[in-house]
Write a protein that binds this ligand. Structure first.
Ligand code: GDP
Ligand code: MG
Length: 597
């Protein structure tokens, strides 16, 4: 394609503001799909994505558009993942574009993710076209939202488009604005090949598919390519574009976006952000901004039924074929048997994997407390990363422990501000900024990641009745007074319940855990002490009283069927329990114990 007729753009928005709906409309209006082929939100591929309304894997689509100037344009719409867990993937998609449509719901206005996304887009020097969406809603206030965008983001809205992605209103204007305001890419067709690996995924028919943005040079079938960061070479066997259906093309030139396949078996062999070049005539410099993605949240996954261990291993292996950003290695726990220590990009990522294992692979799992990665500086001068509280070294040998911190931006209506500030304060937050924008407070806090991974988001949503929005990024490790808290049931340590906590939180957390466990562990024929301890010191305790009578005694031996039912029920309960020493701990106890409430 003629480079001056190419427009590469992404759509940025807060969740639910209409990004996917707008993308569908643009595809439909430019004839990418016939009406009957349009299932709603074609870009959201996976079931979980559809159900939760989020975009996990980015997709891209090439649209042909004849503009009002009579010329034919190629518009490449890059769909970006919509969640903070996938911030790096988002940054690479944005780096592959020259502009963005900023979609803002005309009835809601600017939200936390709108800001987070738009600042990223500005960092990539994007030309930004505001699209005020959902103007069909009675509550729509497009002029107020425009003013808010100017005031909060400092973005000129004179080129803003009013649209309803739902009714189709203004979609033509959006297409014209893309052609008019978003600059065409620049690149040199005669220079050595330089292309960015924007994304990759596993396709059962094609193998690993790599989404690329060509910067300089030409990419074609039969070419020997080198991945500069990975240091690997591959033979390109397919070059194509998505319309959104696959179409094979002769080559991809500068400014173009498309895909290649090269007989790669696992996505783990491809790194988002890597530079692809021609092995025979390589480019001198790889692209800037490459980062190796590292899991930030770890937890143990154990099969409820020990016999499912191999099935769990297989399933994790299959999921990893398509998602190189999570990791797993075998782990054994006295309480839970054999399982895997898994690393994720964030809590949503953890939930997605957990849900897929349950749903697609039919596995019944126990998840241990999510933990962040601590840096431990030892007295002997060495430093180690701690992914699992069970591996905490002897405190006597530790010099200092550092924990990861985040900067969070929270948007909340005034009436809930007080409770939100208290929540942040309770989680050791440091307030950095507080401003009011159009009747809403925008609060910036620095928070330790370990205070956020448990249930912060759920709490935030419930406190604000769903109105608060939240976005964060990591800001590095800081020293903290952190200790390992263990839980003992009947005087035995239940390793799966161990957690790293800040000393100032330990008593409250310990008390809470003991109370929870007391409610969740059924009575036995003997008294069961439950204790929380740091080092050897007990900081909280509860006792489960002994069961006085046999459960069946109530039946007076008379009603045999009722007695059998009761016994069956007990047996049923047993299946989902973990025998710990002489105490049965139900599966729910492990999960519930992790929620702070
Ligand atoms: P995303 O999370 O930004 O991808 O948002 P979606 O495209 O999934 O849209 C979220 C919800 O808003 C869906 O129920 C859409 O049907 C609805 N929606 C999107 N655009 C419009 C619009 O222009 N008007 C109205 N009334 N609803 C819309
Ligand atoms: Mg969406």
């Amino acid at each position: 394609a003629d480079i001056t007729r190419i427009r590469n753009f992404s759509i940025i928005a807060h969740i639910d503001h209409g990004k996917s709906t707008l993308a569908d409309r643009l595809i439909q209006q430019t004839g990418g799909l016939q009406a009957r082929e349009m299932t709603e939100q074609v870009l959201d591929n996976m079931d979980i994505e559809r159900e939760r309304g989020i975009t996990i894997k980015s997709q891209t689509v090439r649209l042909d558009y004849k503009a009002s100037d009579g010329l034919d344009y190629v518009l490449n719409l890059m769909d970006t993942p919509g969640h903070v867990d996938f911030a790096y993937e988002v940054s690479r998609s944005l780096a592959a574009c020259e502009g963005a449509l900023l979609v803002v719901d005309a009835s809601q206005g600017v939200e936390a993710q709108t800001l987070a996304n738009v600042y990223q887009s500005i960092e990539h020097d994007h030309e930004i076209v505001p699209v005020i969406n959902k103007v069909d809603l009675p509550a729509a206030e497009p002029e107020r939202v425009k003013a808010q965008i100017e005031e909060v983001i400092g973005l000129d809205t004179s080129n803003a488009v009013l649209a309803s992605a739902k009714s189709g209103l203004g979609i033509g204007d959006v297409l014209e604005a893309i052609v008019k305001y978003i600059p065409s890419p620049k690149g040199d067709r005669d220079a050595p090949l330089k292309a960015m690996l924007v994304d990759s995924w596993y396709d059962p028919y094609l193998g690993v598919v790599i989404l690329v943005r060509v910067i300089d040079g030409v990419l074609k079938k039969g070419q020997q390519i080198t991945m500069m960061q990975a240091g690997t070479q591959h033979l390109v066997d397919r070059v194509g574009v998505f319309r959104p259906k696959i179409e094979i093309v002769g080559d991809l030139g500068p400014g173009e976006v498309g895909f290649i396949t090269a007989q790669i078996k696992e996505v783990a062999q491809t790194n988002v952000g890597d530079t692809i070049t021609d092995s025979r005539r390589p480019t001198a410099q790889p692209l800037a901004g490459f980062k190796e993605v590292q899991p930030v949240v770890f937890c143990g996954l154990f099969p409820t039924d020990a016999a499912d261990f191999e099935k769990l291993r297989d399933s994790l292996g299959k999921l990893r074929l398509n998602d190189a950003s999570f990791s797993f290695e075998m782990e054994s726990s006295a309480a839970l048997g054999f399982g895997f220590r898994c690393g994720f990009l964030g809590l949503l990522h953890l939930e997605i994997i957990q849900e897929r294992l349950t749903r697609e692979y039919d596995l019944d799992l126990i998840t241990t407390a999510p933990s962040v990665v601590y840096n431990i500086h030892m007295r002997d001068g060495t430093t180690r990363e701690l992914h699992n509280p069970a591996d905490m070294p002897d405190p006597m040998q530790i010099e200092t422990i550092e924990e990861p911190w985040i900067e969070a931006v929270i948007f909340v209506p005034d009436e809930y501000l007080g409770s939100i500030l208290k929540l942040c304060q309770d989680r050791r937050g440091i307030q950095k900024n507080l401003t009011y924008v159009a009747g809403r407070a925008q609060v910036t806090y620095e928070l330790p990641l370990n205070e956020v991974v448990f249930d912060f988001y759920d709490r935030l949503k419930s406190i604000s009745r769903g109105y608060a929005s939240f976005d964060y990024h990591q800001i590095g490790h800081r020293e903290g007074d952190l200790v390992k808290m263990t839980i003992m049931v009947n005087s035995e340590v239940v390793d799966a319940l161990s957690m790293i906590v800040h000393r100032s939180q330990s008593e409250a957390r310990g008390r809470h855990m003991c109370e929870r466990m007391k409610d969740l562990i059924p009575r036995h024929l003997f008294k069961i002490p439950i204790q929380a301890a740091i080092g050897g010191k007990v900081i909280a305790r509860e006792t489960i009283a002994a069961l006085r009578k046999d459960v069946t005694a109530k039946c007076y031996g008379g009603d045999a069927s009722r007695k059998r039912k009761l016994l069956d029920k007990q047996k049923e309960g047993k299946k989902r329990m973990r025998q710990y020493g002489s105490v049965d701990i139900p599966q729910e106890a492990f999960i519930a114990a992790l929620r702070m409430g």
